[in-house]
Design a protein around this ligand. Structure first.
Ligand SMILES: [Zn+2]
Length: 375
């Protein structure tokens, strides 16, 4: 257990350095205190603390609790096979073992480590490893996949093929989610509340994984999501806030985005105005009554959520057909660039050189359990 004691010591050193740096200690003052430890620990803690301080001074949002997680740059640790060696003291490294799952091994094989953080959960230690790889994005899209996020169904996907037909809709039922929300509202025990939240996160991850897999089945796919945030006051949002909170919607979108990007699928955000009230078939305005959408013009009835997903896909297809509407200049998440009815593709220009990039750096994190052992 010697090695795990040393991990704890590393944690304590980092924690102390972080707190002192946050309260204004300089590098040399810290080095005088932590003489026996590797100087990188202090340097990383200062970097972290300064970053936090900058945000705090700007927003005046003071943290109640400082909870630093030791930062490791890619040169501060090495993973070879099952062994992991981390900087500790001059001339002495921590030799530990990591236990990646098969799925994590697969992710790690196709990417480069960018950095990591050590985290502690209930007395166990983990290495949050950030992976980075360059993904080539396609320049043109063939299948547009609209994803509507709601409460009757957590998500509904519909694929619009090149010849204008909708294929294989995919539904994710929201029953369990609603049940979890009810239980969360009633419970008084914090452990149960946390357990329910963990289950909700699990659902979000499963749903987003399956959406990315679904998109991958089609030729040259692009995923279209609603851009939330600018349309706070419509009834749809009020309905949402009741059950599927803002955090869950945004979180689901973020997870879909990074999981799809990892597979080389682009994600775009489209202004969702009127998509849930427009008939995807004829484009006329219709009525929504619970689960059913009725179009008075063409006398058809659809599943309301699936109609919204299809309208969303159709909206982006129409934007694609008028080339000046879609620009590569602005970031998809840049909400300041809101123009009614327009969609923006993610930035494809390298900021540093101004060159057009063929791919995009995508990152994701894997959490590896740490254990004693190794060299
Ligand atoms: Zn219609």
């Amino acid at each position: 257990m010697m090695a795990m004691d040393n991990v704890l010591k590393l944690f304590q050193t980092y924690d102390e350095a972080f707190r002192l740096a946050y309260s204004g200690f300089s590098y040399h003052e810290l080095r005088a205190i932590h003489k026996e430890f590797n100087s990188i620990i202090d340097a990383n803690a200062i970097y972290d603390a300064k970053k936090l301080l900058k945000v705090v001074l700007k927003t005046h949002n003071y943290p109640k609790k400082l909870n630093p997680k030791p930062l490791l740059r890619k040169q501060d640790f090495r993973i070879t096979g099952n062994k992991c060696s981390i900087i500790f003291k001059p001339g002495e490294r921590l030799e530990l073992k990591v236990f990646p799952s098969e799925k994590q091994l697969k992710l790690m094989a196709g990417a480069n480590p960018k950095g990591a953080r050590l985290v502690e959960r209930n007395g166990k230690y983990f290495l949050n490893l950030v992976l980075k790889k360059e993904v080539a994005f396609q320049k043109e899209f063939e299948t547009v996949i609209g994803v509507d996020i709601g409460i009757n169904y957590i998500a509904v996907c519909s694929a619009l093929t090149k010849d204008g037909r909708f294929k294989n809709p995919l539904f994710f039922k929201g029953g369990e989610w609603r049940h979890l929300c009810d239980r969360k509202r009633k419970t008084t025990r914090i452990e149960e509340f946390n357990r329910l939240t963990r289950r909700q996160h699990e659902i979000l991850h499963t749903v987003s994984k399956r959406i990315a897999e679904y998109a991958k089945r089609f030729p040259k796919p692009v995923i279209v999501l609603e851009r939330f945030g600018h349309f706070q006051n419509n009834s749809k949002n009020r309905r949402f806030n009741f059950l599927l909170g803002n955090w869950a919607r945004k979180k689901l979108q973020k997870i879909i985005e990074y999981k799809a990007n990892w597979e080389g699928i682009q994600v775009v955000y489209v202004n969702p105005a009127y998509t849930s009230l427009t008939c995807h078939y004829c484009g006329a305005k219709g009525k929504r009554n619970g689960l059913v959408f009725t179009c008075p013009t063409c006398n058809r009835q659809y599943n309301a959520d699936s109609n919204a997903a299809m309208s969303l896909a159709k909206k982006f297809r129409q934007l694609l057909d008028e080339p000046e509407a879609v620009t590569g200049e602005r970031s998809a998440v840049d909400l300041s660039s809101t123009v009614e009815g327009k969609a923006y593709l993610p930035r494809q220009t390298c900021i540093r050189h101004g060159n057009q990039m063929n791919g995009m750096m995508v990152t994701r994190t894997v959490r590896l359990p740490l254990g004693a052992g190794g060299g």
